[in-house]
Design a protein around this ligand. Sequence first.
Ligand code: GUN
Ligand code: ZN
Length: 441
Amino acid sequence: LSATDTAIRASFFDFTGVVDRPDDLAGQARYLEDAVLLLRDGCVVGLDSWENSEAMLAGHPVIDLRGRLIVPGFVDTHIHYPQTEMIGAFGEQLLEWLNHYTFPVEAQYHCPDHAARMSAFFLHQLLSNGTTSALVFGTVHPQSVEALFSAAEALNMRLIAGKVMMDRNAPDNLIETPEQSYQQTRALIERWHQRGRLSYALTPRFAPTSSPQLLEKVQQLRQEFPDTWLHTHLSENPQEVAWVKELFPEREGYLDVYHHHQLTGRRSVFAHCLHLEENEWQCLHDTDSSIAFCPTSNLFLGSGLFNLKRSWQQGVKVGIGTDVGAGTTFNMLQTLGEAYKVGQLQHYRLSAAEAFYHATLGGARALDLDHVIGNFNIGKEADFVVLDPAVSALQQLRIGNSKDIWEKLFVLMTLGDDRNIAQTWVAGRPVWQRDAQEQAA
Ligand code: GUN
Ligand code: ZN
């Protein structure tokens, strides 16, 4: 042990390895009721029971968080930071919602000061909800992403983001030419991609706002920068799907618009995927692409029900997205609770094990980051959440009568929210603490 090592005593829960079938989750789950996590230089160097750790600690200071449950930081695989300020917009489904509410709000991000203010607010929302990594949409303005990356860099967060690319079917003040889109995206990649813990995602908004010429530019960027991510929307709403078929009659279907330009692949993340055809499921599997399942958004916009069972059967990686501002919360516990209800409506039982897997290691895998984040294996980056399992009288009653860790986790995803997030740590440092917040308030 070196003097600068951090030792934390608490209960811990994580998954030690990825799985391809939900039946294998229990075998990878690790629950240590009284254990010590050791951190050095922002990474995990050990996790073992208190019994096994005590002698080795030999007088080293220990941060005593007994009574708290520490889990890996939540991974939000799909979210729009500029939509924070329009969460809860009444009455519309996807296409009208975009026109009435989303585009006017996104137009404000031409202003760098506004982008900087909202970036700080947004990252604070993520951290105060226990989310330590996210795949994030900016707006079409490069300054939106500039502001977000700057703020995330100061916190040393592992964040993937990109400027929206769009050249049609949106207001004039939000569209660009394919050439502008290429140049601005390229400049951002050169400045930010793989800088510290930041990475760049090519972000064509969705097929309807992309001409074939724009998609060619996205394809060119992906060839020039093959280790960037690709982040877009796919098959969210039936009217949207029909519109894509009208706009791209030469393509076989919605996914083929992207696949034709070689935008599928291991680091490609498609949000929603609610109305896929058989061959589209197959294509996502064959190309090793990922899906972001966004339950609160899908319910809020009335888009449809994601078929989790099918994603396992088909061997397609899935992460959870909040999809703020169509999604209605930044909080992953609440999002998992809604995911459970989406399952119920299809007679699919989303277990707590599966839910927490998707929110942590599974989400990391969907983002192709499971080699660096997602659990407490030695060498992983130390991003984690300290959960206070019972903060209200109702939670105390219900958590108190839960018989095992599975029931506790399930009750947390049913009754839990941001009150349960006691602390959030990023790269081995506490970056948010509930009690500090209360004292300041
Ligand atoms: N499809 C295209 N743009 C968007 C967006 O901003 N939110 C959602 N939910 N779907 C989209
Ligand atoms: Zn979205």
